[in-house]
Each structure stands twice: as structure tokens, then as C-alpha cells.
Write a protein that binds this ligand. Sequence first.
Ligand SMILES: [Fe+2]
Ligand SMILES: [Fe+2]
Length: 274
Amino acid sequence: MEKKRSLIDVIDEYVQSGKAKLPVMDKNSLTVQKEISKSDPDLDRIINLIKQDISLTTEVLRLANSSFYKGLESVKTVQEAVIRLGGVEVTNMVLLVCQKNAFKAQDPAIQELMNKMWLHSVGCAVGTQWLSKHYQYENLNEAFLAGLLHDVGAFFLLSIMDQIKSKNLTIPHKLIEDIVIKMHTHYGNLLLTEWSLPEQYCTIVREHHAREFDAANLLLVMIRFVDRVCQSLKIGIAENQEVDIFACEEAAILDINDITIAQLQIKIEDSLRL
Ligand SMILES: [Fe+2]
Ligand SMILES: [Fe+2]
């Protein structure tokens, strides 16, 4: 008798057969990311890369004028955006735009989960970057990208289940959520390896929920903490049981006080307006 296959078996077969469309890391986003991580980034090159792409330009200007970033005068050109916000913030915007476009679903229920995960990822990116300034973690851009990508496996799984569902296979909503919650670190690691991203991002994707983790890895600890803060603010899909952010292990490692936590929460909630 044929063994009944689980949905995970179907997903694995789908990925291994090459039938699954892997989301690609946007080329523009990678080029901008590489430029900004140089010790002396060429801002003109970044401006030109953005200007070559109409949708990127439009979105950067929209974000620069959003209530989150807005100054007194409205920003009308990419140059003005870079001057007002600085290269790091503009690069973050490029990453946001490119990553958002990489994940789209046809199924409305799956798209809704992606939207929730998107808000969670942006909250984690903004929150981790903010915390990095607080702890003088030098590479703010790396912190932002790590926050944005830490749950990339969830998007990957949702997009695969969307492709499977479009072949008229019914998958109960609860099962979709369960699989995303239980398996996203595994598939995220798979995807980042496929994208050949540096090991520090793979570690974060793999270990942000692991019971045992390297307490000396400041970026990992910050991501774990911000992830919990987002969960406590109900931003995202419920990954963890209720957690006391004031008494968790990460708070103790970071030696973070209540005022800083409150400021972080405000910063994360503000990011929802991006
Ligand atoms: Fe996660
Ligand atoms: Fe998360």
C-alpha cells in the first residue's frame, strides 16, 4: 500500500524537483547593498541605480515623504532623499521595496499571512537597527537586512504553498500557519544558502528560535529580542507562546532597561506607518 504523503513531503518534493519557483534576491538590491557596505560607499552610484528603476524611484520618494521619515519640506528627487535621510536609510528603502516585490501570492488567505509577516519583518528590521545604535553595533545596514530577512523562510514556504494550492490542492489555514511556524527556519536557511548570502545571515535565519544559541553573537541576540517584542505587540503570525519581554533570557544578556524597551516598542509601532 502506498504510504500517505504529508504536506511537508509534498513541499520537499516540490522544492527538490525544481518545480518550485525560488524567489530571487533582486539584483538591484544586491548591487546597492554591496555598494553601501563598502567603507567609502559611492552615493552617486546608489542614486543612479535607483534612478534607473522607475518603480524604485517612485517608492523611495513615497517612503521619504511618509509620516515615518517626513521633514518640513517634501522630498522631490532621489538626491534630496539621500541628502535628507542618508545613504543607509535610502539603501534600507531599496531593500524594502525589492524584497516586498519578491513575495506575492495569488491565494488571498496566503497573501494576508504574507502581509502580516511583512509588517513583522519591517518591524524587526527597524527595531534591530534602532537597537544597534543603542549598543553601538557598527553595521546598521547589516542589522536592518538581518531583521528584514530573519523570517524569509516563512515567505518562502507561503509562496510554495501558494503554488501548490493553485494546482487545486486544498490546504487548511491552520495547517499553513503550523507549517510556517515550525519549518520556517529550516527553509529560510535553504533559501539563503541558495542566494549565497554571508554566513551571519544564515546563522540568524537558522538560530533565531533555537533553544541553544551563541550569547556572544550580539546581532543574533538583538534579533531574537526584537522578534519577541514584535510578537508581544502582536505584529506577525504567532510564533511563540506569550513571552515576558522584560524577563526573557535575551533581555538579561542585553542588560536592557524598561525605558529602552518602551522606546523600542514605540519605534517598532512607528514602523507600521512605513
Ligand atoms: Fe521566526
Ligand atoms: Fe520573526
